[in-house]
Design a protein around this ligand. Structure first.
Ligand SMILES: Nc1ncnc2c1ncn2[C@@H]1O[C@H](COP(=O)(O)OP(=O)(O)O)[C@@H](O)[C@H]1O
Ligand SMILES: *[C@@H]1O[C@H](CO)[C@@H](O)[C@H](O)[C@H]1NC(C)=O
Ligand SMILES: *[C@@H]1O[C@H](CO)[C@@H](O)[C@H](O)[C@H]1NC(C)=O
Ligand SMILES: *[C@@H]1O[C@H](CO)[C@@H](O)[C@H](O)[C@H]1NC(C)=O
Ligand SMILES: [Mg+2]
Length: 452
């Protein structure tokens, strides 16, 4: 692990440079030294990057005159100078191409993620093994980082990691050294997600669907995440964000006939149409949706969903799994589920459990350990999201240990209150203005007011 500031000591205070400048910048190994196939790959990457830069300058040109390089950076963008004196540097993740460090920026200690080429990663080492040309291979990997940066400058959505700035140091020729400065997230842990409530898992899926809707209708056209896996996502303040964009296609696959438009996955293939202008119709959007289905929805959506929502969720899974829904329809379907969930529609049968409870105003609960329950929001005891006191009463009645509950002022992302379920009546403390609901059977067996 690098010591504080070590990898960045070399990063002199340099001006922010846009991709356009980087493209013509130093650090390109003379083409003659490169093996032809590596040269070809580099040229392809270079064209890809220029196309990306050109595509969006045309589009932005419609609104304003183009500014000099560096323009894409917002007024508050960070640069190399901001990386002087960073502290708390530590590894947060690495993939085959990139290495990601966390660091605190002076003076306030704000934390950011710093992405750079992973020189010891699989991508560069495989390339060196194959071509025996480290400089060319470093260049190739740098192009991936630059492409990601170019996309992050042009795509803006809560579901896409935010680019805070960049640092480009040309003094490290011939390895063009680039660092992107991003908002810091926490890598997505699917195993951990499977142990959270349905409401939280649904949020991850809804965040993803909103991202796919944006990507399908983005300013750069319909974009596909070619390397779509949970490890390309992080959570920032509970919001799902994609962070790995080096493998994004902003173009639909070209074709001559329908046979060229097979979308293949290990478990299934889809046969798409080739349009008259030679593009596989909707292939990017469909690729994203099926990946969302196979990596996210099948794991996160159905399990422990409210009973009445299960048929609707099953329909969504079926429609996305068969690619009958596009991003638009999928988003509408998810919004419908959210609406039904928030409205408490899923509470089909009113069983009037609440009448078995005595409501005592002016109580709160000690933060002590009590019985635990599956998918609890607290590890001290049983805390669950509820629609109202009636639903909480039904839950309490279904837990043998539960003797009382309190609807707390804490809210989940949907605005539903969290209820605290407890068994030990001594946890209840007089004071405040919350209402404690005590099971009548428990209240009669054991007086709540021993002195009375
Ligand atoms: N902004 C970030 N905050 C926290 N962790 C991140 C961030 N960006 C990426 N990571 C972590 O670093 C890993 C590698 O980054 P990624 O861009 O996916 O590189 P690669 O292209 O090599 O796969 C990711 O899998 C993720 O766990
Ligand atoms: C969707 O439902 C149909 C009809 O029941 C079934 O044949 C198909 O396999 C389902 N698809 C998925 C992806 O579940
Ligand atoms: C999806 O919705 C957007 C915005 O309303 C619209 O521009 C686009 O044409 C729609 N796409 C499809 C395939 O219906
Ligand atoms: C109830 O709480 C009291 C005080 O915190 C504790 O002494 C007692 O052991 C608890 N009883 C049970 C059954 O957990
Ligand atoms: Mg990755």
């Amino acid at each position: 692990m690098p010591g504080p500031g070590a990898p960045f000591a070399l990063l002199a205070a340099a001006v922010l440079l846009a991709v356009a400048l980087v493209l013509s910048g130093p650090g390109r190994p003379p083409p003659t030294q490169l093996p032809p196939s590596l040269l070809q790959e580099l040229e392809q990457r270079r064209r890809d990057l220029s196309r990306l830069a050109a595509a969006s300058s045309v589009q932005e040109g419609a609104f304003s005159t183009p500014d000099p390089p560096g323009r894409a950076a917002a007024a508050d963008a960070l640069g190399c100078a901001d990386l002087n004196g960073i502290t708390g540097v530590g590894l947060v993740g690495s993939g085959i191409t990139k290495l990601v460090l966390r660091a605190s920026l002076p003076p306030g200690g704000e934390e950011v993620a710093l992405k750079s080429v992973h020189w010891a990663g699989g991508d560069v080492s495989r390339c060196v093994q194959r071509y025996g040309h480290p400089a060319g291979c470093h260049q190739l990997a740098t192009y991936k980082l630059l492409k990601e940066m170019a996309l992050l400058q042009r795509l803006h959505h809560p579901g896409i990691i935010k680019l805070r700035g960049q640092c480009y140091d040309s003094s490290l020729d011939p390895e063009m050294k680039v660092t992107t400065i991003l908002e810091l997230g926490t890598p997505l842990e699917m195993i951990q997600l499977l142990q959270t409530s349905w409401e939280e898992r649904f949020k991850i899926c809804l965040d993803l669907v909103q991202l796919l809707y944006y990507l399908a209708n983005s300013p750069l056209g319909s974009c596909a995440l070619l390397d779509f896996q949970p490890r390309q996502f992080v959570l920032v303040d509970g919001i799902l964000k994609v962070t790995d964009l080096d493998d994004v296609s902003t173009e639909e696959l070209s074709c001559r006939r329908d046979d060229d438009c097979t979308l293949e996955f290990p478990t299934r293939s889809f046969f798409l149409k080739c349009t008259t202008d030679g593009k596989c119709e909707g292939i990017n959007e469909k690729r994203n949706l099926f990946n969302a289905y196979r990596y996210f929805f099948t794991y996160l959506l159905p399990h422990t969903a409210p009973f009445a929502l299960q048929p609707i969720l099953k329909d969504i899974l079926n429609a996305t799994g068969d690619l009958r829904y596009g991003a638009n329809e999928t988003l509408i379907a998810f919004q419908k589920v959210l609406h039904l969930y928030k409205s408490g529609f899923y509470l089909q049968k009113k069983r009037f459990h609440l009448k078995e409870y005595i409501a005592l105003k002016g109580f709160y609960s000690a933060d002590t350990e009590d019985y635990k329950c599956w998918l609890s929001y607290s590890n001290l005891g049983c805390v669950l999201s509820v629609h109202n006191a009636e639903e909480a009463a039904a839950i309490c009645s279904s837990h043998p240990q539960c003797r009382h509950f309190i609807i707390t002022p804490r809210r989940t992302w949907t605005g539903r209150p969290l209820a605290l379920f407890q068994s030990n009546l001594t946890d209840l403390i007089s004071g405040g203005n919350m209402v404690a609901y005590v099971k009548r059977s428990a209240a009669s067996k054991e007086s709540l007011y021993p002195e009375a």
